[in-house]
Design a binder for this molecule. Sequence first.
Ligand code: HEC
Length: 120
Amino acid sequence: MNITPHPPLTRRPAQTTLIATFGLAAMLVASHAAGNAEGQAKAAVACNVCHGQNGISTMPNTPHLAGQPEPYVKDQLKAYRSGKRAHEIMTLIAKPLTDKEIGDLAAWYASIEIKATVKP
Ligand code: HEC
């Protein structure tokens, strides 16, 4: 009788890790996309009037938010909310925002691709 050798045990954990990694990546992508959609919807009603439709502000005293790194936007909103960073308008706007809303907004603005062109 022919006995087939058992496949080496080392292969199994590697496959498991691979599957786990892909699973996690898929989850991260899904949650990121959802955050963007909710952030976009929130921005439309609460932020666009000053920061512009896609985070490109048309007001000279209001910064662009498009393409800003997610951790930066998050930190600034939390700083306004806590009072660490003070501004007459943004302090009021950030006050009622939940951590989830801040995360969604930051994900939305970070997801907008911007391109810089230097004039010759
Ligand atoms: C009425 C106008 C107005 C609205 C509405 C508004 N902002 Fe602002 N925002 C400003 C101004 C003006 C500044 C600059 C404040 C400063 O100098 O600290 C600012 C600054 C910021 C900054 C800091 C940017 C940086 O470069 O450091 C973030 C982040 C921000 N706003 C996010 C938001 C989000 C998110 C919303 C919606 C929930 C929102 N803002 C709604 C006027 C507004």
